[in-house]
Design a protein around this ligand. Structure first.
Ligand SMILES: C[C@H](O)[C@H](O)[C@@H](O)C(=O)CO
Ligand SMILES: [Mn+2]
Length: 416
């Protein structure tokens, strides 16, 4: 049976529960996923390629074909995009500046990212941004913006201020909001005596970073919390309470990373609470396996719960959906495709639910019907709708994309 014929049958089945599949696909088309550049090169960047990855995060694996130049990273990402339906954003870190100058993080300017803007315009992409507060000698103490050393702290404050200007430049040039996300690995390996002072320093340093008024229509500041990193197991300055409190009190966006909480906590349940108190939210959709392992996003229960949380709550307009994983043990281009397609698939599945009807059932106290129907809808043919969407958007249907990526691996990646 053709994808089209199958779609007509699925469309009728969804129509019977009051869901208009064509309208859902129009909504899905509007979703821009912020796809992280760092899956393409194991977070090496281009400014200091000899610096080791620090900050308590780790990329494992040695799959051949890592992107080592700006041109290679763009080429790989374009290949991934050819297998992903929709129009999306590329999420850059400061270390991905494209320049021949020897420039340090506290010297970066928008012009060092001009070629990224040209490329994004040419490809119709949006750009997001992150200061890189790791993999640098000034972060070797384990502290950056909350360091007790004035020189260290000022270095990172300056880097963050400049990052914000780069975010604003992206937003203005591309005519769409750039989310600039601040994540700091600062913390102690062992049990601290003073748990307040580093947080106080981080708070005042951030106030300095954000002191210049900036239009959130172009640059939206987000702050990302974490429970712990490797080497900072006992204490993380930018904890959940710190970052959420900061975001709420300073009118910033909060960034929820799926891997940054205790293993039994889920961000799907945090989304509706955070959005009661912040205007906007950034997600780092990731897959923690026992710890913040940053596995490629799989089509698992929590991914579906995140998508349901966003769709059922009507939060898509206020949420910036970013990805954050880095797996060097498999083809990196395939990793982008797998993770992003899974995220879109989960959003589609959530959108294909008769949300209003389910909310009414819940409100009436009919929990039997709630469970019966949500369980039944799980096996509705969303995969057929997804295939139709891929066909409509001109990207490979089903696993056909894998042949494309394999060919790319043979002709391009394996030659590096
Ligand atoms: C490279 C990213 O900025 C990093 O993954 C950060 O977002 C994070 O999640 C650290 O654990
Ligand atoms: Mn993250």
């Amino acid at each position: 049976m053709s994808t089209q014929a199958a779609y007509q049958i699925a469309k009728e089945q969804y129509a019977k529960i009051g869901v208009d599949t064509d309208a859902v696909l129009e909504r899905l088309k509007q979703i821009k996923v912020s796809i992280h550049c760092w899956q393409g090169d194991d977070i090496a960047g281009f400014l200091f390629q000899d610096n080791a990855l620090t900050g308590g995060i780790q990329v494992t694996g040695n799959y051949p074909g890592r992107a080592c130049t700006v041109a290679q990273l763009r080429q790989d990402f374009e290949k991934a995009l050819s297998c992903i339906p929709g129009t999306h954003k590329f999420n850059l870190h400061a270390i991905y500046a494209d320049t021949n100058e020897k420039v340090d993080l506290n010297e970066l300017e928008p012009r060092h990212f001009a070629s990224w803007v040209d490329w994004a315009k040419e490809k119709g992409l949006g750009l997001d941004f992150n200061p890189t507060c790791f993999s640098h000698p000034m972060a070797d103490s384990g502290f950056t913006i909350s360091s007790a050393d004035d020189a260290v702290r000022q270095f990172w404050i300056e880097h963050c201020k400049r990052s914000r200007k780069i975010g604003d430049y992206f937003g203005r040039e591309l005519g769409q909001k750039c989310v600039t996300n601040y994540w700091f690995p600062d913390g102690y390996k062992d049990i601290p005596v003073d748990r307040e002072a580093p947080r106080h320093r981080m708070m005042t340093a951030l106030d300095e970073v954000f002191s210049e008024p900036m239009d959130p229509a172009y640059n939206l500041d987000a702050i990302e919390s974490k429970v712990f990193g490797i080497g900072a197991e006992s204490y993380t300055v930018g904890s959940n309470e710190f970052c959420l409190g900061y975001a709420v009190s300073r009118d910033k966006a909060y960034c929820l990373d799926a891997g940054h909480f205790h293993p039994t906590e889920v961000i799907s349940d945090k989304i509706p609470s955070v959005l009661l108190y912040t205007k906007e939210l950034l997600l780092h959709v990731s897959r923690p396996v026992r710890w913040d392992s940053d596995h490629v996003v799989a089509f698992d229960d929590e991914l579906n719960a995140i998508a349901q949380s966003l769709v059922r709550g009507g939060f898509l307009d206020r949420t910036h959906i970013g990805l954050d994983f880095f797996d060097a043990s498999i083809n990196r281009v395939a990793a982008w495709v797998i993770g992003t397609r899974n995220l879109l698939k989960a959003l589609l599945r959530a959108m294909l639910e008769p949300t209003q009807k389910l909310k009414e059932i819940e409100l009436s106290g009919d929990y039997t019907s709630r469970l019966a129907l949500t369980e039944e809808y799980k096996t509705y043919p969303f995969g057929i709708v997804w295939d139709h969407y891929c066909e409509q958007m001109g990207v490979p249907v089903g696993a056909d994309w894998l042949d494309e990526i394999r060919r790319y691996e043979e002709t391009i990646l394996s030659q590096r």
